[in-house]
Design a protein. Structure first.
Length: 493
């Protein structure tokens, strides 16, 4: 619930009993520069309230358009909560608002995930007799998708179409398809495609490409190829994005020969992302020479590698254990004026750790700091696992505590990596200590971590600790998978 500010109520009261201002301050003279500046959110919020109060004291009062324009400036400054708060003030003070004002506030509610309030505002629009327009519904649909509620967005659109409330175009349908695919609901996305056809709305390349990419990411390459054929039959222009998604899907499903055949049959020019997908596909199969030849081929075609291409090629050499060549690629990348990022360094650190050359990986960590790059949780997870593989558990724990001292907060993956390595090497007490450290830091362990610890306790005859873990697991509402459930039956028997 958003409360009214006492200052606004006082100002409203004074307005009702005051004479016209002899020096009117028109809204277009208000200094809104601070709302667009880089000052802190709290400063912007305070300045917005001050400007709003000035508008309330203006005689005559600014128009609806002026107030809405002011709210839109706040929206552009991402002051979403402020907009909702001021709108509440306006309604309480019976200031006139229009559909445009409502649409602005509904947009803010969607940005902060308050869909309950957004839909109550929609109800207010209808009660006032404004009649929601395509902007109102589009704002709600896009907000739901942004909030990972693609299924709800699709359901809303179906109802609106059925009730003849608004006519959606291919852009809106494509947006819904994107939201569904992002949530992994690819079959629902295909249903949406068929629904479009029934409503005589022709899907375009973006619609098809989104679903094809979603299918490929889920390993459903045959379905993606069927849609690819459908595109061609219907005369929908196949783009480089279509081919790139399919090539990636074919490599991922192990059909690398089909991926190359499709690449060679492309009737559009491949871009840097297409080439990078090929480099990645070959690299994961440890076909490093083929990956290198793809890079040479793209340079010959005047399509120059980017950071993704170079890092993917480095990863290929790391998987092969050829760290010298991986470093050569890094140098080549830097000579091309491309600055390596955390992912690039993580790939190299992982390569060194797999070769049990953790000292080189630690040097890279220090090099990252010198270049102003902040290590990620993945960086530390790689190093911790590498140290544990070499039996350097004390050094691993020291690094773990050092990262926290420097302000890095380990996530579940980092904790899980270290707990797993400690349990495997019978350091169960240290693993349990890290488990309690997780809980103190507000992290809820997942079923995998519980499984590792329960098995560790069982192997070390620590049954009372296992029962305590089981109780904590139940309290946190963590569901055990099939493997853990089977193990728990043995433990309790």
């Amino acid at each position: 619930m958003i409360n009214l500010r006492p200052s606004s109520l006082r100002l409203a009261s004074s307005l009702l009993h005051s004479l016209p201002n002899p020096n009117p301050l028109h809204s277009h003279h208000l200094d809104t520069r601070q709302l667009r500046s880089t000052c802190s959110d709290s400063q912007k919020h305070a300045h917005a309230l001050n400007l709003f109060d000035q508008m309330l004291q203006t005689q005559p009062l600014p128009s609806i358009k002026d107030f809405t324009k002011f709210l839109n400036i706040l929206v552009n400054s991402r002051q979403y909560y402020t907009v909702v708060s001021l709108f509440t003030d306006m309604c309480f003070l019976s200031f006139p608002v229009d559909l445009c004002t409502y649409n602005t506030v509904i947009n803010c509610c969607c940005h902060v995930g308050r869909f309950d309030y957004a839909f109550s505002l929609l109800s207010g629009v209808i009660k006032r007799g404004f009649g929601p327009d395509v902007v109102t519904y589009t704002t709600l649909v896009r907000g739901l998708i942004r909030g990972d509620m693609g299924v709800e967005a699709e359901g809303l659109v179906r109802k609106l179409v059925r009730w003849n409330e608004v006519e959606f175009d291919v852009v809106m349908y494509s947006t819904i398809v994107y939201g569904l695919c992002r949530e992994g609901e690819v079959y629902a996305a295909i249903e949406c495609l068929r629904f479009m056809e029934k409503e005589n709305c022709e899907a375009n390349a973006i619609t098809y490409n989104t679903i094809i990419d979603g299918l490929c990411k889920r390993g459903l390459v045959d379905g993606a190829l069927d849609l690819f054929s459908e595109m061609k039959k219907k005369g929908v222009g196949v783009t480089v994005v279509t081919y790139t998604s399919l090539i990636h899907g074919l490599f991922k499903s192990g059909q690398w020969e089909d991926a190359i055949l499709l690449f060679d049959s492309m009737d559009v020019s491949p871009d840097v992302y297409t080439y990078s997908v090929l480099v990645n596909g070959y690299g994961k199969r440890k076909m490093v020479e083929e990956a290198r030849n793809i890079v040479l081929r793209m340079i010959k075609m005047d399509e120059y590698p980017n950071i993704v291409t170079y890092t993917t090629l480095m990863q290929a050499y790391c998987l092969q254990g050829n760290m010298d060549q991986a470093l050569t690629v890094l140098i080549c990348m830097m000579n091309s004026m491309i600055i390596p990022n955390c992912w690039s360094y993580n790939v190299l650190m992982d390569g060194y750790c797999k070769k049990l050359e953790v000292h080189n990986a630690l040097n890279l960590l220090r090099n990252m700091a010198r270049e102003g790059l902040e290590p990620t949780n993945e960086s530390y997870s790689i190093l911790l696992h590498g140290l544990c593989q070499m039996g350097k558990f004390s050094q691993a724990l020291n690094l773990f505590y050092d990262m926290q001292a420097q302000g890095y907060k380990p996530n579940i993956v980092t904790y899980g990596t270290l707990i797993n390595d400690l349990c495997k090497n019978k350091y169960i007490f240290k693993a349990l200590s890290l488990f309690h450290d997780m809980l103190c830091n507000g992290l809820i362990p997942n079923s995998i971590i519980y499984d590792i610890l329960l098995r560790g306790c069982y192997r070390n005859n620590m049954y009372s600790e296992a029962y305590v873990l089981l109780g904590t697991m139940i309290v946190h509402g963590i569901s055990a998978d099939a493997s853990t459930t089977s193990f728990l039956r043995r433990l309790l028997s």
